[in-house]
Design a protein around this ligand. Structure first.
Ligand code: ATP
Length: 317
């Protein structure tokens, strides 16, 4: 008999659902001497999810599987290189427990797609293991561990719509109307985030422009409160978009296809290559979805809404 049978209830398995993020704006400051860029971004969590199941086990193990028939998991590590694995280890070390867990990641968030899928899985693993092991961390402790794992991880815990600053790890919630509707074009393949930043820096050197400190455009803040898709669509921006298009010109064609189909806004998500389209109601969504599929330029098309909450425990047994 397992020794925990006599103690408080210990679950056998905990499932956490965690959303992908879009950057409604991404402002990239000058390259710093330490090689990083100061960023100011508006994160927005959308209803495109990964699921993580944490099961009681001896030792740490991890498997990755597609959540849907057309979800892709190519290139996702199933060892200590997986951010979810590192999250479980970090929590175990912090809470002084054994890292005994079998993690299963069911992915739908595009891999290396600029939607912070790895960070989402790390946030989900923290939450799932905290519940499985009964370590009961406070929200602020989970946030601190999340920030140590990566700059997009705290937002995956938080969800909603929020300004991210620093390297993205400082989160300030934003007052935003509910119910933005998105069509998401999943490109077949990924883009390396460091490569996109490098290309952005090269382009800026070529243009020899003075790079201002990063900021959020006040127009975006005002329009987000209104929830008006046309106004929000016009205020979306991403400093990394020209670099992502330079590396993969097809994503420029996808943006054009979505705009031509009547999208209120069209944007590369984060460092790409996922492109996202803000639509004004179901008729517009159907038209944009159809045109994106017809373009033959993407592997899958998803519909999503935002903002949605961050990582949440969806099942305990
Ligand atoms: P970001 O938007 O934060 O830059 P991304 O969405 O572009 O990230 P991810 O899907 O997070 O990219 O993955 C980038 C790389 O990280 C993958 O190619 C993979 O090698 C590695 N990786 C580690 N853990 C994971 C995970 N749980 N899911 C996906 N990729 C992971």
């Amino acid at each position: 008999m397992e020794d925990w049978d006599d103690g408080p209830f210990r679950p056998e398995a905990v499932t956490v659902r965690v959303p992908a993020k879009i950057n409604l704006s991404l402002s990239v400051g000058p390259l710093r001497p330490d090689g990083y860029h100061e960023l100011v971004t508006v994160f927005h969590a959308v209803s495109l999810y990964d699921e993580i199941v944490a099961r009681a086990a001896r030792g740490l193990s991890l498997t990755v599987e597609p959540l849907r028939r057309d979800s892709d998991v190519a290139g996702v590590p199933d060892d200590e290189h997986n951010l979810a694995w590192r999250a479980a280890l970090l929590l175990a070390e912090y809470a002084r427990v054994e890292p005994d867990v079998r993690l299963t990641i069911r992915k739908d968030i595009p891999v290396a797609g600029g939607m912070a899928g790895g960070s989402a899985d790390a946030a989900a693993a923290l939450l799932a293991c905290d519940r499985l092991w009964g370590t009961g961390l406070r929200r602020d402790e989970l946030h601190d561990l999340a920030a140590r794992l990566g700059s997009d991880v705290p937002f995956a815990l938080h969800g909603g719509t929020a300004i991210g600053s620093g390297r993205g790890e400082h989160i300030t919630p934003v007052l935003a109307a509910a119910g933005l509707e998105w069509v998401i074009a999943v490109y077949d393949g990924g883009l390396s985030t460091p490569k996109v930043f490098e290309t952005c820096d090269t382009r800026r050197r070529r243009d020899s422009r003075e790079i201002p400190e990063p900021s959020v455009h006040p127009d975006l803040m005002t329009t987000l409160r209104s929830g008006d898709a046309l106004r929000v669509g016009a205020a979306l921006y991403n400093d990394l978009q020209p670099a992502a298009i330079e590396l993969l010109p097809e994503i420029g064609d996808l943006l054009e296809a979505g705009r031509a189909a009547g999208a209120a806004g069209a944007l590369v998500s984060g460092s790409g290559p996922t492109t996202v389209f803000l639509v004004d109601g179901p008729v517009s969504a159907a038209e944009v979805e159809e045109q994106l599929r017809a373009s033959g330029l993407c592997r899958a098309v998803r519909r999503a809404r935002g903002p949605v909450p961050g990582a949440l425990v969806s099942n305990v047994r």
